[in-house]
Design a protein around this ligand. Structure first.
Ligand code: ATP
Length: 198
């Protein structure tokens, strides 16, 4: 599969001027791509457009030549920088996980999610524990592309390493395309991705 952003132009209503104009990129499933660029240049905005959370003023996002599905599970899933903002605080983790497609037990185990965390609310977990849930949730059966926007910046080295080892293995085995935004050079070297500069 190919995920393509074609001639994307975007501006926020609340902000004067465009964030970017005429940006194009193409990523294949099974490929790893890193989006690089200075702070504030619109990397997160681009990720949100590619995952269907924001609509560009011009240009289009195509998955194998077709627009992203308007209903149902989106094959392009995003993992966010702040997991606590990406979950409903009123839902127990078990229900948060049940939100999208069914998640294989294997994924939950490999991510080191403990059974007793399932009954807790997000505010009863650490950032790293919560991020593991957000990663699991993004890995439904029909995921073809995963967009990881600064997902490990706030985590300790051991957690970072566990999460990335898992993600690299999982995306390779399932031929999921991985798009990574990070300012961390060591991480980008480990991922050894093609760079898309902003
Ligand atoms: N909801 C919003 N409303 C108005 N302006 C916004 C909004 N979200 C982001 N912006 C602005 O759009 C620009 C691009 O933001 P974005 O978060 O996409 O950049 P980034 O490259 O991901 O930055 P960083 O590396 O610091 O995370 C910034 O100037 C930001 O202030």
């Amino acid at each position: 599969m190919i995920l393509e952003g074609r001639n994307l132009t975007f501006s926020y209503e609340e902000k004067e001027g465009t964030v970017f104009q005429n940006v194009s990129l193409k990523v294949e499933s099974g490929e790893r791509a890193a989006i690089l660029g200075p702070s504030g240049f619109g990397k997160t905005t681009l990720c949100k457009i590619l995952a269907g959370y924001l609509k560009p003023q011009a240009g289009e996002v195509l998955l194998d030549g077709k627009p992203l599905p308007k209903k149902g599970y989106c094959p392009v899933q995003m993992i966010w920088q702040h997991p606590e903002r990406a979950v409903n605080p009123r839902l127990r983790m078990r229900d948060t996980l049940a939100d999208g497609q069914e998640i294989e037990e294997r994924i939950i185990r490999e991510l080191g999610i403990e059974q007793d965390w399932m009954n807790r609310y997000p505010q009863e977990l650490s950032g790293g524990e919560l991020q593991r849930f957000c990663i699991a949730r993004a890995l439904g059966r029909d995921t073809r592309f995963l967009i990881a926007d600064e997902i490990s910046t706030m985590l300790d080295m051991i957690t970072q390493s566990q999460i990335w080892n898992f993600l690299l293995k999982e995306t390779k085995e399932r031929e999921i395309g991985l798009i990574v935004v990070s300012h961390s050079e060591p991480l980008l070297q480990k991922i050894a991705a093609r760079s898309i500069r902003f």
